[in-house]
Structure formats: C-alpha cells, structure tokens
Design a protein around this ligand. Structure first.
Ligand SMILES: [Zn+2]
Length: 415
C-alpha cells in the first residue's frame, strides 16, 4: 500500500522488535505488497530454521586444526605488521580444511532441516526460495500464498481421507511419527481432559475435550510448531493432528496461540468462523453466544466462513458472528465512533449512514478496513469507499477506478 518497501524492517517485525507504529506500518505494507510478503515468508522460514538448528559440539579435530594454526599466526604477528599477513600464514590447506569442516556442518544442518521440512511439503509454497534451495526436487504447487490469493483459500490443504492412497510416501511416514495426542501442562487450578483432572501434565488425544473452570488455565504443546495457552472458563477440542494440518475447536473461552510454522498449518474452529494461522501469535475469544473476537499480536491470521474471509495483521482486531462470519478487520486504536459504526455496518444493516461515519473517521492505517469493505459493499457505496481509499493512499500505477469497482483481483492485491 505504501510506496516504500519494508525489507529492512522485516526481520525486526518478525521478532516483535518494532514499536507499535512501525509494526503497523509494516503490517499495512505487507497487506498490499506481494514482493515484501514473499520476503517475509522467507524470513519466517529462516527464523524457524535457526530455532531448530541442533546444538552440536564441533569435532575435536576442528580444534586441533585451529590450535595448530595459532602459533603460526602469533609468529606472523610478531615478525610482521598485523594487517598484511594474517591469512597467508594460516596456510591454504589448513584454511581449506577448516572451511570444509564448516561446510560439512552446514550441510548436515541443511539435510536435517530439509528432512524435517519435507513433512510439511504439501503446505509450503513452492515458490518459496529457501525451500527451493534446500529441496530442489520438491515440486509441490498445492499452496499458492493465500494472502495473495484469498479466493482460492478453500482449495488449500484439502482434507485427506484416512487410508487414502494418494498421499506421498513421506507424508504417510511423517503422519505415523506425529502421534495422535498433544502434551498439556496445567498452569493453574484444575483443568480437565474428559473426566480426568490434569495433575502437572497430561495428554489431549484427537476427539478429546480440554476444559478449564473460572480459576484454571492450561498450556498445550501443538505438535512441534508452538504453544496454545487456554484461559479460564474455556472448552477446546483437538479435532485432528497430522504433519499437514493441526486443528483445534474452541467452543467457548479464550486461547492465546504462539505458532512458528509455515502458513495454514494451525487452524482453530469457532462457532462463527475458522481462524487460520499465517504465522506468529494471536488471541481468540469465544463468548457463550458463539461470537468471537480475534486480536493478532504478531504476523497474520485469516478468518473464514463460507468463502467470506478477513485477513487480520498484527495490531488488528476482527469480530465474528454466528451465521454471518468474520466482520471487517480494524486496527485496535481506531476511534470508538469508527468501531461502533463498523459493527453496525457488518452486523446490523448499518447502511449508508454507518458507512459515512466509517469513511469520515478513517485514518491512513484504517485503509486495512476500507480495503476489505470494497468487496463487502456494492454500487454507489463501493464507489464512496474507493474515493476515500484513493484520498488516503494514491492508487498505484495499473489500478483504476473501473477495475476496483468490478473487484479486479490483481488490482486489489496491487493496492
Ligand atoms: Zn513492498
């Protein structure tokens, strides 16, 4: 959406090191810029790679090589000027030997990583350069980046029938290794799995319910991809877990998820929408009426119900209602008038009057909301949204009023 690319801030963004305003700026930009989104996906994979690198001791021979080289270096420093002769005195064979060992260590790391990642082969976008480098023979094209292509989201990661024969062999092997239950730790009070109270820790199997009362909390280890904290008065069920998809159902209560995995691997169903993790962390709360509220703290989450989708970046909130699905996402510091009018527009037939307030109150950041509204209102109202959006952010080259009004997907993505 903004003309300046955000490459240099992406790493800090992924690590939560930016202040609120910077973080929001990056999130907004990612919403509209395919190029930066692609880089962001690579950085996330890189972070995951780094987190999983095994800590191994260097072989003893490496140290003897270095030790053997040291006296020569000392001699060289004593007998000549420091700057001119450091490397040559190491001797090329020794340098080559040390480099070869380092390369070998890297190769082992990459092999280890790629064998892990192959479990997720059906989930990782084929265009991901890092994955391509590591795993050149891998030609999965099942998962076009969903942020770029929201309309295809229902085609991604299709459920695989048990025992179906068209799974790749490595997926079958990985699935067996996955296990059918997740570790649960008691954080406070007396959480239960089925009728059993959790003392210290327990396991949540597929189909089982984990429940907390007003004074209890629990933490779930989601396979090897992250943690979910379950707040008081919550009821959550493990729907399924396999290498290509981990799925929970939150019937009521509150969860906080921290996920480090390729997009779309972790999914939470609620009575009024499905939350699909696109990386990083969020809080999701469901009330007794089945309404839910999503607050994303880092990365992105998609909320979906029957083809209606909201893409929610860090710092933004999205409300969902049974039968209506996800409302329009908005940033958490939008004005009270803006939020109230948006709620009427989304769920209470607010019409032109509510839209006028939303448009009048919208700041530059609220283009997140306006962009989503383009496809949710029609006719003259869509034209009004276009007008306001165009004053806040000049349409880039190639984006025309006519194209936006007919919801040209490429133009919307570009903007
Ligand atoms: Zn960009």
């Amino acid at each position: 959406m903004f003309s300046q690319h955000v490459s240099k801030n992406l790493s800090a963004y992924c690590h939560g090191e930016l202040n609120d305003e910077e973080s929001r700026g990056v999130a907004e930009h990612l919403l509209g810029c395919q190029r930066c989104r692609r880089e962001f996906e690579e950085i996330k994979l890189g972070v995951k790679f780094a987190e999983h690198l095994p800590h191994t001791s260097a072989p003893a021979s490496l140290w003897s090589e270095i030790e053997a080289a040291l006296p020569e270096r000392s001699r060289s420093i004593n007998s000549r000027t420091k700057s001119s002769r450091l490397i040559p005195d190491f001797g090329w064979q020794r340098v080559a030997a040390v480099c070869a060992l380092l390369l070998l260590a890297m190769a082992v790391g990459i092999f280890w990583y790629s064998s892990r990642q192959s479990k997720n082969a059906t989930q990782v976008a084929d265009k991901d350069k890092l994955q391509q480098t590591i795993h050149p023979g891998n030609s999965t094209d099942i998962n076009p980046n969903i942020v770029e292509n929201p309309s295809t989201t229902n085609n991604i990661a299709p459920p695989v029938a048990p025992g179906s024969n068209d799974k790749p062999a490595e997926t079958i092997i990985a699935s067996r290794a996955d296990g059918q239950s997740w570790e649960v730790a008691r954080l406070a009070g007396t959480p239960t799995i089925g009728a059993t109270q959790i003392e210290g820790s327990g396991r949540l199997a597929v189909g089982e319910w984990l429940e907390t009362d007003g004074t209890s909390r629990a933490q779930i280890n989601v396979a090897d991809i992250g943690q979910v904290d379950i707040g008081p008065n919550s009821r959550v069920r493990l729907v399924g877990t396999r290498s290509t998809e981990h799925r929970l159902s939150l019937q009521r209560g509150r969860l906080h998820a921290f996920i480090s995995a390729p997009p779309r691997l972790f999914i939470v169903e609620t009575p009024s929408a499905t939350a699909i993790d696109l990386g990083c962390s969020y809080t999701l709360e469901v009330d007794d009426a089945g309404r839910s509220i999503l607050h994303v703290t880092s990365g992105w989450v998609a909320l979906e119900l029957k083809g209606r989708e909201s893409i929610v970046p860090a710092g933004a909130i999205c409300v969902t209602q049974p039968g209506k699905g996800p409302g329009t996402p908005y940033f958490d510091d939008a004005s009270a008038r803006f939020r109230e009018a948006l709620s009427r527009l989304d769920f209470h037939n607010g019409g032109a009057k509510a839209l006028s307030i939303v448009l009048a109150e919208a700041r530059e950041y609220d283009t997140l909301t306006l962009w989503h509204l383009l496809s949710r209102v029609e006719g003259a109202e869509r034209n009004r949204v276009y007008e306001r959006l165009a004053t806040l952010i000049t349409p880039p080259q190639g984006v025309t009023r006519e194209g936006v009004l007919r919801l040209d997907k490429e133009m919307l993505d570009l903007w």
